[in-house]
Design a protein around this ligand. Structure first.
Ligand SMILES: *Cc1c(COP(=O)(O)O)cnc(C)c1O
Length: 349
């Protein structure tokens, strides 16, 4: 097999979703964030597993993603769109019964004009300054909005991965001020907010990364294994170089394995001469430049010749790889390319 393979453990995703659900207690309903194709893991496979386990609210970034989720989970679950009701999306939102989280007076007007009586939610800005109604606009619009019966009012925390950051309490206070007494289901917490404790849970939570096995949910079960098959092994003499730009030079007689994956698969060039891959329990340095389709690995210290290495797995998750290249696990995971053979295990609930 000459294609790198991505093994996705659907049972681990489900177990992480349930573990996060248990943290927020029985009064709070756990939704699931499946935007960006479930963070690249394949929403068409992930979402139905969660739906069968009782998840009734899915969250995506835009209407097109919502259409894919509708196809995957059928007509019953609610599908919320963080980006709201964008120009040109009215037909798709109406036909597929998607629920836009309206972000501005402009979106509110668009929704009420194009799809009167159709479900919607509201996104409030409580300090992130990214998406959502500002307080002034919101209090002006609130009477008409509340009369129309929004399904959900939400906001998003911007420092939830740093529990002691004062912005968390400031946003919580602002969210309460903007929603007090409105008698509409409320949602504030993504994975980080769930871990902040019950004040942040409200009626609905929106876990994403924690389900998929990454920080800030440190107790998450690992979900992905990325295995890179060996295409060729060679001996390299001292003084010879490996790969583009001669970025690695053998200092001793060396053995080098070439594996099938590269930056076209979403593996950053910054992994070159910096990361390691795993042969069972043994780490092996990635040497030289990352090519478009190939990576070279120093296996001088191994007795065996591996058939494949793991770049992601229980010993090295997306957060560890992110640390090597100066980014977060979220970016490593959502960069995972389309060329991998995705293998799914579990998920038959
Ligand atoms: C992506 C996103 C989430 C999920 O965040 P995680 O940190 O992955 O749990 C929740 N809410 C909003 C608004 C988001 O954009």
């Amino acid at each position: 097999m000459a294609t790198a393979s991505l093994r996705i453990d659907l049972d681990a995703i489900l177990s992480n979703w349930r573990a996060l659900d248990a943290l927020s207690g029985p009064q709070t309903e756990s939704g699931a964030v499946v935007k960006a194709d479930s963070y690249s893991l394949g929403a068409a496979r992930v979402a139905p597993v969660l739906a069968r386990a009782g998840c009734r609210k899915f969250f995506v970034a835009c209407a097109e993603e919502g259409a894919d989720i509708r196809q995957a989970v059928g007509e019953t679950p609610e599908i919320y769109i963080f980006g709201g009701h964008a120009a040109g999306d009215s037909d798709m939102i109406g036909d597929l019964n998607l629920i836009p989280l309206l972000n501005s007076p402009e979106q509110l007007n668009r929704h009420f004009e194009a799809l009167p009586g159709k479900p919607f939610g509201i996104q409030l800005d409580t300090g992130m300054n990214r998406l959502g109604f500002e307080a002034d606009d919101w209090f002006k619009a609130a009477p008409a909005v509340l009369h129309a019966g929004p399904k959900l009012i939400m906001s998003h925390l911007f420092c939830a991965d740093t529990p002691e950051h004062p912005a968390n309490l400031a946003q919580l206070t602002e969210f309460r001020r903007m929603t007090e007494g409105m008698n509409v289901p409320r949602s504030l917490a993504a994975t980080g907010g769930i871990l902040l404790g019950k004040d942040y849970h409200f009626d609905v939570t929106r876990p994403g990364m924690g389900m998929y096995g990454g920080l800030p949910f440190a107790e998450a079960k690992p979900v992905v294994t990325l295995s890179l098959p060996v295409l060729q092994v060679r001996d390299v003499h001292p003084g010879e170089t490996v790969g583009y730009s001669a970025a690695w030079t053998a200092e001793v007689p060396s053995r080098v394995a070439t594996v099938a994956a590269g930056y076209a698969d979403g593996l950053s060039r910054r992994l070159g001469n910096a990361a390691q891959v795993w042969f069972g329990d043994v780490p092996c340095p990635v040497i030289g430049r990352i090519s478009m389709d190939l990576i070279t690995v120093d296996i001088t210290h191994l007795d065996d010749t591996p058939r494949e290495f793991d770049l992601l797995g229980p010993r090295q998750g997306v957060d560890a790889v992110g640390e090597v290249i100066g980014t977060i696990g979220y970016e490593v995971m959502t960069s995972l390319g389309h060329r991998y053979e995705r293998h799914y295990v579990g998920g038959a609930s």
